[in-house]
Design a protein around this ligand. Structure first.
Ligand code: CA
Length: 240
């Protein structure tokens, strides 16, 4: 399985740090959270991250001081640093970039913006590790190359089924109502009956073959994709 990009989150506000970590985890990254520079150094000594998300205002050493040190050191000098600044103050940004940060993002920021910036710095510094791929159980989807595989066998999907699967896989183990799926896949400006979702889920299951039990119908609620089902399926195949 592909290695997830490691993101070291250096942020002293636990609520913000946790929110960032949850969002990163849901989007195919492996975050580690630390609350100050000393802990960040210990973490970097142990495991070199692929990206450092660095808060500007930290207890003890500032984010800028840490960035300056990491840029000087052999081990860390090429690791992308994305600075988190609380104010949209121009001088903070300039100082952050001067200190060696690759980019900065101003709080409050949306998850989509954060992910876009992380992907951008990775693309610049380490293009080989960014991709828009998601994995649930043995099912893998790569949005960049438009490929879906199950146990390394490629599957053919229509464009709507691909979008539907992509959305479900980005939010696995959660139940999505037909209304939500319509909004997310077709857009809320389009008038389509909820039954349309059922039609495309049926087509999706047909395209998924052995992986089809992963797409579960939750009676009276909607649909979800689950990794657990594929494990059960694998076992019953082996028994048969
Ligand atoms: Ca802070």
């Amino acid at each position: 399985m592909k290695k997830l990009p490691r993101i070291l989150v250096v942020e002293d506000e636990p609520a913000i740090a946790e929110l960032i970590a949850v969002n990163l985890r849901h989007n195919g990254f492996a975050p580690t959270v630390v609350y100050d520079g000393a802990a960040a150094r210990r973490e970097i000594d142990a495991v070199l991250p692929d990206v450092i998300l660095l808060d500007w205002m930290l207890p003890g050493e500032s984010g800028a001081a840490l960035a300056r040190q990491w840029r000087k050191q052999e081990r860390t000098k090429t690791v992308p640093i994305l600075m988190l600044t609380a104010r949209s103050d121009e001088s903070d940004k300039v100082q952050g970039l001067d200190a060696g940060a690759d980019d900065y993002i101003t709080k409050p920021f949306s998850t989509q913006e954060l992910l876009a910036r992380i992907r951008a710095v990775l693309r610049r510094r380490a293009p080989e590790i960014v991709s828009d791929s998601v994995q649930v159980g043995d099912l893998a989807l790569d949005a960049a190359t438009y490929r879906v595989t199950f146990r390394d066998q490629e599957l053919k999907l229509g464009p709507t089924e691909f979008k539907l699967l992509h959305y479900l896989m980005k939010h696995p183990e959660r139940v999505h109502t037909r209304g939500t799926l319509l909004d997310k896949i077709w857009g809320d400006h389009v008038f389509i009956e909820e039954r349309t979702v059922d039609v495309h889920v049926k087509r999706l299951r047909e395209s998924l073959g052995d992986a089809s039990p992963m797409v579960e119908t939750v009676r009276g609620a909607g649909y979800r994709i689950t990794a657990r089902q594929s494990v059960n399926q694998g076992n019953s195949d082996a028994a048969a």
